[in-house]
Design a protein around this ligand. Structure first.
Ligand code: PLP
Length: 304
């Protein structure tokens, strides 16, 4: 029987398998210690968006954690391409993950003794904030739990240390909000579970300067602002800035530019997405269609 890749394809232990069948050992330190990094790139209408930028960030994350998977970055790009081709998906969420793996010497506590493991998978498209919520503008809860300190876990290395973000999500849902936004211990705005944030004040677009993953979508929005002559800046932002924002939006690979209409008690734009947010959202997807940063998937390379 031939494998069914229609719900996604994965590369694990050197083989291509249906995404649901890819697995890691319970003894892998990626699982027991969250000793892992990853990156996520999207495919939209049959083309990768900023594939090389995602590979470059993945490489920086690997170096930051002293991980070295048994494949070159060029090979990882090829594997990602093959996962998408096998799945046949035109719109896909493509993850590349490197775990510390298991020690070669039983009982070793030395990370140097582990064989690092690469997993890549392509699954159907995911929106971090559902489309109907994006339509009316997401309601964000300002979490009481502070974002983990960058001195402990570097947020520019994409990681699964989601304890604070998950607590924030529970708080947000208990409060009837859609998702959460976390401040750092000093009260500066950071990010949310799976996204960067922007606010718009007096026509200027602002995004936090600390405690965040340097999102590829965030970078894209800053580039779009330049292209559209919208003033934009990376700056320290506090809850006072949130309370006086005219507009807000979140950004992520799995969703793009996602408008926000409420932050805590502050309702923006009569509870609807703002004009600048919608302009950037539209432009983001229009630029995709125009070929901006696109790498078309070669669906003919289906060899396993
Ligand atoms: N911040 C966090 C914590 C994330 O997990 C993500 C994406 O998953 C982002 C920001 C957005 O980054 P990108 O635009 O590169 O997807």
């Amino acid at each position: 029987m031939t494998a069914d890749f229609s719900k996604g394809a994965a590369f694990s232990d050197g083989k291509f398998v249906p995404a649901g069948e890819a697995a890691i050992s319970v003894l892998d330190w990626g699982f027991t210690r969250s000793d892992v990094t990853y990156d996520v790139v999207h495919v939209r209408d049959g083309a990768f968006f900023r594939l090389q930028d995602h590979l470059d960030r993945f490489e920086r994350s690997l170096q930051g954690l002293r991980l070295s998977p048994p494949y070159s970055m060029a090979e990882i790009g090829e594997i990602a391409m093959q996962c998408v081709a096998l799945s046949g998906l035109r719109n896909s969420y493509v993850a590349m993950i490197c775990t510390r793996g298991k020690p070669r010497i039983f009982g070793s506590r030395r990370p140097q003794d582990c064989d690092n493991k690469l997993i890549v998978y392509a699954i159907p498209w995911i929106d971090v904030i559902p489309l109907d919520v994006q339509e009316r503008g997401a309601h964000l809860h300002i979490a009481s739990v502070p974002r983990i300190a960058p001195a402990s876990i570097d947020p520019t290395i994409k990681n699964y240390h989601w304890g604070d973000l998950t607590r924030g999500l529970f708080e947000a849902h208990d409060a009837g909000a859609d998702t959460a936004l976390l401040l750092d211990a000093e009260g500066f705005v950071t990010e949310g579970p799976g996204f960067n944030v922007f606010l718009v004040k007096d026509g200027k677009v602002l995004t936090p300067d600390r405690g965040v993953l340097e999102g590829i979508t965030r970078r894209s929005v800053l580039e779009l602002c330049e292209m559209l002559a919208i003033p934009a800046r990376i700056a320290p932002l506090t809850s006072d800035d949130l309370a006086s924002a005219d507009e807000m939006f979140c950004t992520t690979t799995a969703g793009g530019v996602m408008p926000v209409s409420r932050i805590g008690d502050h309702i923006m734009g009569n509870g609807r997405p703002g004009v600048v947010s919608l302009r950037l959202k539209l432009s983001y997807w229009e630029q995709h269609k125009a070929g901006w940063h696109q790498t078309p998937v070669d669906y003919s390379i289906k060899t396993t």
